[in-house]
Design a protein around this ligand. Structure first.
Ligand code: PLP
Length: 424
C-alpha cells in the first residue's frame, strides 16, 4: 500500500466561504489537505515555498483546457478569441489585485525570478553603467541578488547591501546613507522568505525617490499575505509568483510603471512581442506584449486569475487577521520548546517561523517531522548571505497560509518534542 493515503476529495465549489473566517471551511477548499501522510493527517507548513491550490483554481484551469484552449492573440476563430479574452481578463485581475493604474502595466512572466531578471536585463541594461550602483538588502532571496550581480558584472556597476539588525529588521538609516548619486535602482523584498519581516516599502520608496532612484519590490512573499497596493506603495516595479498565492506554478506578474515599461527595450525576441518583422528591421510591440515573447502560459494566467478571485472572496484583511492570530499562537507555542531559537523576530512580520533547535541539524528536524506528517522546509532557503549574517548554515522553517490552523502548530510542537526525544 502506498504511504500516501488519499481521503475522498471535497469540492470547493460545494463549499461556501462565509464572511466570518472559518479555517475549517477554508481548508475544505484545498483537496490536498485532506490527505494522510504515513497514516497521519497532513500538516502543511511549507506555504512560503509553494502554497496549496484551491479547487477553484484547479477547476478554472481544467475548464480552460476542456472548453477554451487555443493560442491567444493570433487567431480569428471562436476558441482563440475566447482564450484571448480569458487571458486578458486574468491580466485585469492582476491589475485589480495590485491596484495598478492601467492594465498595460501588468506583464505576465514565469514568476518573481523571471520578473526580476526581466527588469535587470532591460531597464538595468539601459540605465546601469560602470561606476553606478544597485542597492539591495541583506535579507534578499537569491533571485533578488543574482540578477543584479549578473548586471553588475556586465556593466561594471557595484552591488551595495543595506544591513539588518539581529531581529531581522532593516537598518533604515544605513539604507538611507547607501542611496547615493550613483544609485540607479533599489531592489528590495516586501517580505522576507526566511524571517517573515515586512519591510517599510513606502518609506524606502520615499527615500529612494528623493534621490532619483526607482524601486523594485520583490513581492513573492507579500502577495499571499498582505493587501498590496502599488500606487500606495509608490514603487516602480513589483514582482509576484502565482504559485505562492494559491495559483499555479509557471506564472507570475511584473508590475511596471507605464513610463518605465514604455522606455524599456524588449527582454526576449520572438512572436507576439513585435509589430512587424523584416530581415532589415523589427518594430517592437507596446507593453506589456513587448515583454511576452512566444506563446504565453495561458492556463497559468487563468489559474492565477482564479487564485486572485479566491483571495478576494476570503478577503485580504480577513486572511491577514487569521494568519496573525495563528502566528501569535505559534510564537507562544514555540517559546515553550526547550532549546528552540527563532530567527526573525521583527515587530512587523508575517507567518514565517525560522528556527534552530539546540545543535540538531535542520535536515534531521525536517526528516523526523515528515514522519509525523508535518511538512516544513529546511536549508538555506535560497538566502545564503542572510544565513551568513546570522552565522548559520541552515534553519528549519514553518510557514503559514490561509488554511493554517492552531492544530497545525500543535502538531509541529508535538513533532519537535519527538525530535528532542530522539536526540536526547
Ligand atoms: N523572492 C522571494 C522572497 C521568494 O521567497 C522567492 C521564492 O521562494 C522568490 C523570490 C522566487 O520566486 P519564484 O521561484 O517563484 O520565481
Amino acid at each position: 500500500m502506498s504511504e500516501f493515503e488519499h481521503s475522498p476529495q471535497r469540492h470547493a465549489s460545494q463549499v461556501e466561504l462565509v464572511s466570518g473566517y472559518d479555517v475549517e471551511r477554508v481548508r475544505q477548499a484545498f483537496p490536498i489537505l485532506a490527505q494522510r501522510i504515513y497514516g497521519k493527517p497532513l500538516v502543511y507548513l511549507d506555504s512560503a515555498a509553494t502554497s496549496q491550490k484551491p479547487q477553484a483554481v484547479i477547476d478554472a484551469m481544467s475548464r480552460f483546457f476542456l472548453a477554451e484552449n487555443a493560442n491567444v492573440h493570433r487567431g480569428v476563430h471562436y476558441l482563440s478569441v475566447r482564450a484571448t479574452e480569458a487571458y486578458e481578463q486574468a491580466r485585469a485581475k492582476v491589475q485589480g489585485f495590485l491596484n495598478a493604474e492601467r492594465v498595460e502595466e501588468i506583464v505576465f512572466v514565469r514568476g518573481t525570478t523571471e520578473a526580476i531578471n526581466l527588469v535587470a536585463q532591460t531597464y538595468g541594461k539601459v540605465h546601469v553603467q560602470a561606476g553606478d550602483e544597485v542597492l539591495i538588502s541583506a535579507m534578499e532571496h537569491h533571485s533578488n541578488i543574482v540578477p543584479w550581480q549578473m548586471l553588475c558584472e556586465q556593466s561594471g556597476a557595484r552591488l551595495r547591501v543595506a544591513p539588518i539588525d539581529d531581529a531581522g529588521e532593516l537598518l533604515l538609516d544605513q539604507l538611507e546613507r547607501l542611496i547615493g548619486p550613483r544609485t540607479r535602482l533599489v531592489a528590495i523584498s516586501h517580505v522576507s522568505n526566511v524571517l517573515g519581516t515586512v519591510n517599510p516599502i513606502r518609506r524606502i520608496v520615499e527615500l529612494a525617490h528623493a534621490r532619483g532612484a526607482p524601486v523594485l519590490v520583490d513581492g513573492a512573499q507579500a502577495a499571499p499575505h498582505l493587501q498590496v497596493d502599488v500606487r500606495e506603495l509608490g514603487c516602480d516595479f513589483y514582482a509576484l509568483s502565482g504559485h505562492k498565492m494559491y495559483g499555479p506554478t509557471g506564472i507570475g506578474a511584473l508590475y511596471g510603471r507605464r513610463e518605465l515599461l514604455e522606455a524599456m527595450p524588449p527582454y526576449q525576441g520572438g512572436g507576439d512581442m513585435i509589430l512587424s518583422v523584416s530581415f532589415e528591421k523589427t518594430l517592437y510591440n507596446k507593453p506589456p506584449y513587448r515583454f511576452e515573447a512566444g506563446t504565453p502560459n495561458m492556463a497559468g494566467a487563468i489559474g492565477l486569475g482564479a487564485a486572485i478571485d479566491f483571495l478576494g472572496e476570503l478577503g485580504a484583511q480577513a486572511i491577514a487577521a487569521h494568519e496573525q492570530a495563528v502566528l501569535a499562537y505559534a510564537q507562544r507555542a514555540l517559546a515553550t520548546v526547550p532549546g528552540l531559537r527563532l530567527i526573525g523576530t521583527a515587530a512587523d512580520k508575517v507567518g514565517v517561523l525560522s528556527f534552530v533547535l539546540d545543535d540538531i541539524h535542520p535536515h534531521d528536524i525536517g526528516t523526523i517531522l515528515d514522519r509525523e506528517g508535518v511538512a516544513i522546509r529546511t536549508g538555506h532557503h535560497c538566502a545564503q548571505p542572510l544565513m551568513q549574517r546570522f552565522g548559520l548554515a541552515a534553519t528549519a522553517r514553518a510557514s503559514l497560509g490561509c488554511y493554517s490552523s492552531e492544530r497545525d502548530i500543535d502538531a509541529l510542537v508535538a513533532g519537535l518534542a519527538r525530535v528532542r526525544e530522539m536526540f536526547r
